[in-house]
Design a protein around this ligand. Structure first.
Ligand code: PAF
Length: 292
């Protein structure tokens, strides 16, 4: 496994790998969710690259950039064991050198949900992912359904910019009690960790209503809200039942729906979602024209 930092090192290492390269962008502090993306990439491509970069431009001024967990040695050991070929660990100076002034923005899809509560977040994500794609030049890239809006936004961006990259969305990996894996789970105290299962319980309660044929969007939102309200340590920021394509809130009976939420448990902001009406509960892969 080769580990590179500069663009010069990256380009030499990339040139030595097959054209069909799978790519998993990460911010490090890897967990089973990241390793599932690597596994998926391994199965579909002869070689796999991973990036580790805590991207400062996707954090708001009051967010957790400074304390975001990091453990590069452990990450590299896990990636070596997973059979990864190339790891790119750019520094902030490599990605945003002095004088940097170019940004990539997806408009409508980034306004609701996470975008409404984290101004500038998706501008940082789409900019850095474009730069990571330009450096790594993958044939396929892998993202988790856990960040549903991010996955939808990246698929839209890839389509709009005519990038020749397939965008594959892989299922959310959960702890045995249902909590979605996230590097931010390490912030939780044992008591908060127990309370954090409320997100998945709320989503499951809404899914049970949907499965039983009670599919009114307002009813599904109210079902999630009631479960969250019963957990004293949880402070919901939003609860949504949205159109999976446009991410706009739905009214009336729903067929396909993205149920999602952001909830503070203590100071830690957790997100989770369920995609209803889609095989496997994930967004279908985006395959650019001519690459199928
Ligand atoms: O999902 C993440 O870890 C990040 O948003 C990503 C895609 C690596 C961009 O920094």
């Amino acid at each position: 496994m080769q580990v590179v930092t500069t663009l010069d090192e990256l380009r030499r290492a990339r040139a030595a790998l097959p054209a069909t390269l799978g790519f998993v962008p990460t911010m490090g502090y890897l967990h089973a969710g990241h390793l599932a993306l690597v596994d998926c990439a391994r199965r579909e491509n002869p070689a796999v690259a991973v990036s580790i970069f805590v991207n400062p431009t996707q954090f708001g001024p009051n967010e957790d950039l400074a304390r975001y967990p990091r453990d590069l040695d452990r990450d590299l050991r896990l990636l070596r064991e997973a059979g990864v070929d190339l790891v790119w660990t750019p520094t902030p100076e490599v990605m945003y050198p002095p004088g940097y002034q170019t940004w990539v923005e997806v408009s409508d899809l980034t306004r609701p949900l996470e975008g409404a509560r984290r101004p500038g977040h998706f501008r940082g994500v789409t900019t850095v992912v474009t730069k990571l794609f330009a450096g790594v030049q993958p044939r396929r890239a892998y993202f988790g359904q856990k960040d549903a809006q991010q996955a939808r936004v990246i698929q839209q961006m890839t389509r709009d910019l005519n990038l020749p990259i397939e965008i594959v969305v892989c299922p959310t990996v959960r702890e045995p009690d249902g909590l979605a894996m996230s590097s931010r789970n390490t912030y939780l105290t044992p008591e908060q960790r127990r309370a954090a299962t409320v997100l998945y319980r709320a989503l499951q309660a809404a899914q049970a209503e949907y499965d039983a044929g009670r599919r009114d969007a307002a009813h599904l939102r109210a079902t999630m809200q009631a479960v969250l309200d019963a957990e004293p340590l949880a402070r919901p920021q939003y609860v949504s039942c949205a159109d999976p394509d446009t991410l706009q809130e739905l009214d009336g009976p729903v067929d396909k729906a993205l149920l999602s939420m952001a909830v503070f448990v203590g100071e830690t902001r957790l997100i989770d979602n369920l995609l209803l009406g889609y095989p496997g509960g994930v967004y279908p892969r985006y395959v650019p024209p001519g690459l199928d």
